[in-house]
Design a protein. Structure first.
Length: 168
């Protein structure tokens, strides 16, 4: 890897919106439990860990809904995931199916990658439908605002409908 490639890699990984910054190795060790060794596939996030632990312990969540999905089961390949960079309000990213969208708050054009054809995100797609870009920008901004509002929400205050894990 050249020095310039390393600098780009460091910037991309630090902002944690490109795939090399998003992939977090995880190992589930559950002695005495009958787990099938293998690789978890499909679009996943760290919010999937709590439902996985609850399932492994045989717990059922009642009166609430966790935001993630157990890692022990397949997920919809079209599952929509959202990310933000470690530098607040610098980038947002969404993954929908095999596409990843990276939005830099109108400082530059939105980047769109086809992760099936370009898993290292080397070449942003060109000629992406303008309505698709506008829809994904709106989805990312809504997610960001809901995520931020959830930090200040209390159960039952009606401020944040995305806090589904709170008792109802």
């Amino acid at each position: 890897m050249s020095a310039s490639e390393y600098c780009v890699w460091q910037l991309r990984a630090h902002n944690a919106i490109y795939q090399e910054g998003l992939h977090v190795p995880t190992l589930i060790y559950a002695p005495g439990m009958a787990l099938v060794a293998g690789r978890v596939r499909g679009p996943r996030q760290q919010i999937d860990i709590l439902p996985t632990i609850a399932e492994l312990l045989g717990l059922q969540i009642q009166g609430a809904e966790l935001p993630g999905h157990s890692l022990l089961h397949a997920v919809d390949p079209e599952r929509e995931l959202f990310y933000t960079s470690s530098i607040d309000w610098s980038f947002l990213s969404a993954r929908h199916g095999h596409r990843e969208y990276i939005y830099s708050f109108d400082r530059e054009p939105m980047e769109v990658f086809d992760l099936d054809k370009d898993p290292k995100e080397l070449a942003s797609l060109r000629n992406v439908d303008v309505q698709e870009l506008a829809r994904m920008k709106q989805r990312m901004l809504e997610w960001r605002m809901n995520a931020e509002a959830s930090m200040f929400a209390y159960p039952g205050d009606g401020l944040d409908s995305s806090a589904a894990w709170l008792p109802r």
